[in-house]
Design a protein around this ligand. Structure first.
Ligand code: NAG
Ligand code: NAG
Ligand code: NAG
Ligand code: NAG
Ligand code: NAG
Ligand code: NAG
Ligand code: NAG
Ligand code: NAG
Ligand code: NAG
Ligand code: NAG
Ligand code: NAG
Length: 665
């Protein structure tokens, strides 16, 4: 339709891009000139290397503000480069280089590379960092490219801040190495402001399967995401994203997925999910608006560089315009495969528009810096997209043939343990032989800095009934309890835990042949958990597990610690942990948490020598919906061999109080 107008525009574009190129080349030439004075020529070792040759070159630095007297606290802005050169006869797919920074470096920018775990700049790299290529993820070999340096070598330029190292010292990294499987790197050689190493293939390394493809094998990860290009046109392509939850304790609720477009792409349409914002201003005022002059941007889904993508609610499952994708539309819930295999997978599709110079139906750059999270769920850390062999799909018409994706990438995400004070749930301990409850740790789930409480003081022991009220209403009870027990009360009081979910592990009884514990879940959030689960990891008493009374308990099978874990979920119809609600009379009664409770029994036959009163009856780890809960620092201790009647009475009262409030919804 607009073909008569096309040539002039193309010519104009060409001219513009030539001018831009010329300018940037000139700028680069000038920069290179600056660098040339300091940078040494590539070491001769490079010519002797048959492997992967890594170099790191320090270029320059300048003192930053503030200027301070203490030399080791002085910050400097630095510039450096690193390069990876493939001198083998085979390709090096998905190169991954480690730089062992050691002077409290903070990387502010890196061209030619991204941080492998997808962290954004600026990033603290004081303990070293691993880098992957972008846009050049793979390095070809010299033979297939006639020694084209631009395809067998990649150069990264870094800027950042570092501390200490008085001039004229040269702040070099501790080490550099290649992290790809099957390579060995000797210690690097340091010469002045340069350091280099030749990493060679390890002849002893056996690749798991020697499929002769130019792609890397797919990997196992706790959560894997596939980015498959299904259809491709010159200026746009259709991609399908498949999220697979593989870990027996992995889970997401109301998932949020984000990534970063690196080449100016935008999302025209999406099916099976949607972006939280429908922001098209970046297109209209940006390059996209310039290039796609005739496109109606009001129907474009999202132009953000970092879109936030969320799942559709189940009502849209059959909606032809938005849904109608298998495995879509679960309101962002991904269950562990052991709970329900069909609910451990999510799929959505999107149409991506590209910008010059990528307008070629064989040119794709998947977005980078993938992140996925959910509400009170495990923390996932995702690696960069790795090119893998094209995904095969069964024929949609039910024939035996398979359709292949045009190109496929895999993103591997692994669960990380929450850092101390960064959990989203916590645990309290109590036992029949001690009348106090050991509460959740102070700030177990974080504290704001300006809070009028003490974020480092040890949490106060609580009377059992204090567990039933929100933390803001516990203060009086905790103070009174401390005064009865003649305990010191710090001023200001320790901060509460601030967790959305907490659990109480109570040791109920201990007799000659066995013992029992009671677990109670409290939901302090205004969010109802459907299909909740608790995983109970225990070193000492796993083999003694007998049964759980009003939950469904199963022993998990799997490697490592999974094999010591018991999986508890609600019985059919009772698998809801309701949100916190108002008390009966909100003007006098505190708010009421959602609760679930059950008793677990253990035998001592399988675990001889277990001493419950000495503290052997507490779990090693507890998870709620896959999120690892922070355990208290202390356990209840027994004061003497005998327990008075009054203590027992208090405990009995607690049990009754807890049980009577439990099933009221
Ligand atoms: C100098 O700064 C370092 C790092 O900030 C600090 O550990 C050290 O105590 C400071 N020394 C003096 C004398 O202030
Ligand atoms: C670096 O390692 C030290 C010691 O293990 C640790 O305290 C620090 O938090 C680490 N820094 C980062 C940014 O991970
Ligand atoms: C989907 O999630 C939203 C946000 O948590 C919630 O308000 C809504 O009730 C959920 N819908 C269904 C059908 O579960
Ligand atoms: C308990 O859970 C397992 C695994 O999810 C399931 O196979 C079993 O049917 C459940 N049992 C009951 C009584 O709900
Ligand atoms: C898994 O979930 C699907 C969809 O919600 C449901 O139809 C199916 O019955 C569930 N399977 C099991 C074993 O619970
Ligand atoms: C598209 O890219 C391929 C491979 O990179 C190249 O061979 C081809 O010439 C390109 N086509 C156009 C129209 O630029
Ligand atoms: C998803 O992102 C939105 C917007 O940033 C935020 O309000 C919401 O809490 C996030 N949800 C989760 C589960 O993190
Ligand atoms: C995730 O874990 C697997 C094995 O458990 C490991 O091979 C892989 O490198 C990890 N990936 C990331 C991105 O940490
Ligand atoms: C887990 O434990 C079971 C029995 O306790 C054992 O048969 C199995 O080999 C173990 N699996 C792993 C991966 O350790
Ligand atoms: C509980 O704490 C909240 C917030 O501090 C307060 O508004 C409310 O009155 C308290 N309720 C009771 C019964 O003390
Ligand atoms: C109960 O346990 C706590 C925490 O270990 C301890 O400080 C306290 O002394 C114990 N109380 C009695 C009466 O033994």
């Amino acid at each position: 339709m607009s073909s008569p107008r096309r040539p002039p525009r193309a010519v104009l574009l060409l001219a513009v891009s030539f001018i831009t190129l010329a300018i940037s080349a000139a700028v680069r030439a000038q920069e290179d000139y600056d660098y040339d004075e300091k940078v040494n020529p590539p070491p001769a070792a490079q010519d002797r290397c048959i492997g992967v040759f890594l170099t790191y070159t320090f270029i320059s630095r300048t003192k930053e503000y503030p200027h301070v007297k203490n030399a080791s606290a002085q910050s400097y802005a630095f510039k450096s480069t690193a390069a990876v050169l493939n001198t083998m006869t085979t390709d090096l797919p998905a190169w991954n280089m480690f730089i062992g920074f050691q002077h409290h470096e903070i990387l502010v920018s890196a061209s030619g590379a991204v941080i492998t775990d997808g962290t954004d700049f600026p990033v603290n790299v004081e303990n070293g960092t691993s880098l992957s290529g972008f846009p050049q993820t793979d390095l070809m070999n010299a033979i297939d490219t006639a020694g084209d340096l631009s395809q067998i070598r990649v150069e990264m330029h870094f800027t950042g801040t570092q501390f200490g190292v008085k001039p004229p010292g040269t702040p070099m990294p501790r080490t550099i190495k290649l992290l790809n499987d099957g390579y060995k790197c000797p210690a690097p050689t340091k010469k002045g402001s340069q350091m280099y190493v030749c990493c060679v293939k390890d002849p002893k390394f056996k690749a798991k399967k020697t499929e002769e493809t130019r792609f890397l094998p797919r990997r196992y990860g706790d959560l894997t995401i596939a980015y498959d290009v299904l259809r491709s046109y010159d200026s746009n392509y259709m991609a399908q994203i498949t999220i697979d939850n593989n870990h027996p304790l992995g889970r997401l609720d109301n998932w949020n997925l984000t990534w970063e477009w690196k080449r100016g792409e935008f999302i025209n349409t999406m099916k099976g999910a949607y972006t939280l914002r429908k922001d098209i201003s970046d297109c209209i005022y940006g390059e996209a608006g310039n290039y796609y002059q005739s496109l109606d941007f009001s129907t474009v889904m999202n132009c953000e560089k970092k879109p936030i993508i969320v799942d559709l609610p189940p009502e849209k499952e059959k909606d032809d315009a938005l849904g109608n994708i298998p495995y879509c539309c679960k309101n962002g819930t991904l269950l562990p495969p052991t709970m329900n295999i069909t609910q451990s997978k999510a799929i959505f599709q999107l149409q991506v528009y590209k910008l010059p110079p990528d307008l070629n139906r064989t040119v794709f750059y998947p977005p980078q810096n993938w992140k996925i999270n959910g509400f009170i769920n495990p923390n996932y850390v995702c690696g960069p997209p790795i090119r893998v062999s094209p995904m095969e799909f069964p024929d949609p018409n039910g024939l035996m043939s398979e359709t292949e994706a045009i190109a496929s990438w895999q993103i591997v995400c692994n669960i990380t343990r929450p850092k101390s004070k960064h959990s989203r749930c916590c645990v309290t301990y109590s036992a029949f032989y001690n009348e106090s409850v050991v509460p959740c740790n102070t700030c177990a789930c974080g504290c704001s800095e300006d809070a009028a409480c003490n974020p480092v003081a040890t949490a106060l022991l609580l009377p059992p009934e204090a567990l039933l009220v929100p933390s803001e209403n516990r203060t009086a009870k905790a103070k009174a309890w401390a005064s009865i027990n003649h305990r010191h009360v710090p001023n200001p009081l320790p901060c509460w835990d601030n967790c959305g979910v907490s659990m109480n592990w109570h040791i109920v009884s201990n007799y000659r042949k066995g013992w029992t514990a009671r677990i109670t879940l409290f939901n302090w959030a205004d969010y109802t958990f459907k299909n909740w689960f608790v995983a109970l990891e225990m070193d000492k008493f796993y083999r003694g597990y007998e049964k759980v009374y009003s939950f469904n308990g199963t022993k998990l099978q799997g490697p490592g610690r999974i094999n010591k874990t018991i999986f508890l979920q609600g019985l059919e119809g009772l698998n809801y942990l309701i949100a916190e609600t108002d008390g009966k009379d909100p003007s006098v009664d505190p708010r009421v948490p959602g609760k679930q409770q059950s008793v677990i029994s253990f035998t001592k036959k399988e675990t001889p020598g277990i001493n419950i009163v000495k503290g052997d009856g507490f779990p090693t780890r507890l998870y709620f919906n896959g999120d690892e809960c922070e355990l208290p620092d202390d356990i209840p201790t027994a004061s003497g061999p005998r327990h008075s009647v009054s203590q027992l009475a208090v405990v009995l009262f607690t049990v009754v109080a807890l049980l009577s409030t439990v099933d009221y919804f």
